[in-house]
Design a protein around this ligand. Sequence first.
Ligand SMILES: [Zn+2]
Length: 297
Amino acid sequence: MAATAKKRELDFSAFPPGAVTEYSTLLCLACIFDIFTKQLGLAPRTAYSEIKRHSPGIEELTAPAASRPYFDSEEKNPRCPYCDAAKRWHARLDTYRIEGGKSTDAARRALLKTLPKADEQFQIHEAKSDRRALLFEWLDTMGRNFDFEDDRWLVEAARAYLERIEPKTDWSEVFKDLRAVRRSQRLEEGWERDGDRLYLAPALYNDALLVQYLVSRSHKHGGRTFEGRLTLMELVRRMRYSGHLDAQGITERDQFEVFEKLVEHLVGGEGAVKLYYVVDRRDFLEKVKTVYARYAT
Ligand SMILES: [Zn+2]
């Protein structure tokens, strides 16, 4: 009775925002069966057990652009871009990346305990990274998802940054019906909401500008920020005259060295980070079974 109504979604509510990144891709089983039976000459039964054991690599599962036999589609009834197979041949693979650390260790252990163990419905991979690489990945992901034609991305970028550094705050409440984000003239640190405006202390505001710059920069035109379009030189000059560089203890004169220091500050220090990838293979295992039944007859 309840077996068919089992809950599919994993619950990440115990994790701070930003600690879990979700990736989703489609795998064309028609393409895979084709490779195993036609190109490698395996009997369907052997192909089936090989495919069932298939453990997809993290790189394939999290790549920004998928390649055969993986593909991405937002459509309701997509067709495989390689072999035109219909939806019943596609398996969905969801991957969740959890950043290791004090704020997530307990929640992660609790979550992993709840996952079913049979048939490797879930596979866990561990990897090492560092804060700087994660920061730039985070910026890249934002840059791919923003609509730069619509200036609302500027506020979204500021919010994403605040969520990253202050994960415990309920930012959806703070940003509710917000009209503008401004540099505060009186706060020395932190932020405050006043009417429909959010005021950020200068240091926080400057960090938000830097995030916006990094997300939108292009070599020719600089980056876009709350303060308009800025080249690197303009951004550095603005931070110098506003006292931000002094406040951060940045004494370099060369703009590229200053930039490097500003990024370092945003990274929040050197440091290795352990990453845990949870791969949800449930849909894959079910689809492989039904596809094989179809294939073998
Ligand atoms: Zn295909």
